[in-house]
Design a protein around this ligand. Structure first.
Ligand code: SF4
Length: 455
């Protein structure tokens, strides 16, 4: 069996499953956020009754993160609905925006967009915060009401996005009926060259198979190249499995996975036991691709979908209006550090927005010093509009007052993961997906630029 099949077999209590089987699996974690949480709660209450209790209050994780730093009252109200539900159900893991358990969330635009407006428990973008808070464990099943839930496959688990109806059912029963996906095999070899990043690996792969090339399939990433990739790198790659239509993305377990997970579970007091899955000799794949990472170069996924791959150096004539660094995929500490290596001592020439994915990343950037200056200060000095209000921000467009949102038909190069029309705001705006280094180099020149020009 493949890694995915092994996890699904275990979670369904079977000795063996194969692609195409329909199996009832037990959930280890159900995650939801402010956009889908209220709808999921509505389905749960409608189907299980107003007095029903969630199947396990220690396994439902609620992370408001999407439409948070906006004066839009309906968006603010969504966070209040989550808080009321958490109180009623005694849910253990709720990463609220405010500290008052009976308060109301109101964003105050008069304080500006840059200064922190959240309390001490707020965790930021769910997919980045889940591992940071010790909720991703090898061998487990993670369901989330968000398509990029697949990011947790970096930790050798089966993680997939589900809709509100399925999530309402999981909330009540802890189980879900799944069709076992076929598995596509991506064997990673070699080592990335300077200026080439994990984002280039996944954009390369999606360019090969197309934005629907993995529809309802598992994408398994393994091979000797994986040891060269940090956990952040693996998260970037697994995150974008869905951009090829994948049901999930999954990496092999190794010493790096163990070190990360053990540290995070201990730090947060979450469940420390887990059982990773290892590769079998008899894996059956529907597709195989060997990626020699040492031969890759910086690429860009052009408007209007993540499969429109072109080499960054061939796009030098493409003028840009805006650059954006942020999101679960591209707003991690390592992403900002690589971005800062390029812009340090230089100035951006187009509007450039920076949104760290989580408050922990804000803290790391504000406490990492290079020659006596924080990385945060280096970015600000280069002209980046950097906010402490960690969250999804303009990655998903959001209400019109969202930080970094494109309210006019601009061209933006972005470290985010999705670029279908209207994704970051105005329906005629265009989004070009690239690595943090490519976005940084392009912000400096105002046109798509291969970051190796600055190394
Ligand atoms: S940062 Fe973007 S891709 Fe990630 S969860 Fe938020 S909206 Fe979705």
């Amino acid at each position: 069996m493949t890694l995915t099949e092994k996890i699904l077999a275990r979670a369904s209590g079977k000795g063996h499953v194969r692609a195409g089987d329909n199996v009832w699996v037990k959930a280890d974690i159900l995650m939801t956020h402010d956009v889908c949480g209220p709808g999921t709660i509505g389905v749960f209450k409608r189907e299980f009754g107003p007095q029903a209790k969630v199947w396990d209050a220690g396994r439902v994780v609620i992370m408001p993160d999407h439409y948070i730093f906006t004066a839009d009252s309906k968006s603010n109200r969504n966070v209040d609905i989550l808080r009321e539900f958490v109180r009623e159900q005694q849910i253990r893991y709720f990463y609220d925006v405010i500290d008052d358990p009976v308060g109301h969330w109101v964003f105050d635009p008069s304080k500006g967009m840059l200064q922190r407006q959240y309390g001490s428990r707020y965790a930021g973008v769910c997919h980045t915060a889940l591992p940071q808070k010790g909720h991703t464990r090898p061998g487990e099943i993670l369901f989330g009401t968000d398509s990029h839930t697949c990011m947790a496959g970096a930790f050798n688990e089966f993680a997939t996005g589900i809709g509100n109806t399925d999530a309402g059912f999981v909330m009540g029963t802890g189980r879900l009926l799944l069709k076992v996906p076929e598995t596509m095999h991506f064997r990673l070899e070699g080592k990335l060259q300077p200026g080439v990043m994990a984002k280039d690996v996944i954009l390369h792969i999606i360019g090969e198979i197309g934005f629907d090339g993995a529809t309802y399939r598992a994408m398994q990433f393994d091979g000797p190249g994986v040891s060269q990739l940090s956990m952040d790198d693996r998260m970037t790659i697994a995150n974008m499995a869905i951009e090829a239509g994948g049901k999930n993305g999954i990496f092999e377990f190794d010493a790096q996975t163990k070190a990360y997970v053990d540290h995070r579970c201990k730090l947060n007091g979450t469940l420390a036991e887990y059982d990773p899955v290892e590769r079998d000799r008899d894996e059956q794949f529907v597709y195989e691709l060997v990626v020699d990472m040492s031969r890759l170069e910086p690429v860009v996924a052009c408007h209007p979908d993540p499969g429109q791959r072109k080499s960054a150096k061939d796009l030098g004539a493409l003028r840009l209006d805006r650059a954006y660094i942020g999101s679960c995929t591209g707003g991690k500490t390592s992403d900002f550090l690589d971005f800062a290596r390029i812009v340090r001592g230089r100035k951006v020439v187009i509007d450039t927005f920076g949104v760290p994915a989580t408050p922990e990343i804000v803290h790391e950037l504000q406490s990492t010093y290079w020659d006596g200056q924080t990385v945060w200060a280096i970015l600000v000095e280069a002209g980046v509009k950097l906010t402490e209000n960690a969250g999804c921000a303009a990655c998903l467009g959001g209400p019109v007052d969202t930080f970094g949102r494109m309210n006019t038909p601009l061209k933006c190069i972005s470290t985010t993961n999705r670029n279908f029309p209207g994704r970051m705001g105005h329906k005629e705006s265009q989004v070009f997906l690239a690595s943090p280094m490519t976005v940084a180099a392009s912000a400096i020149t105002g046109r798509v630029t291969d970051p190796r020009e600055f190394l």
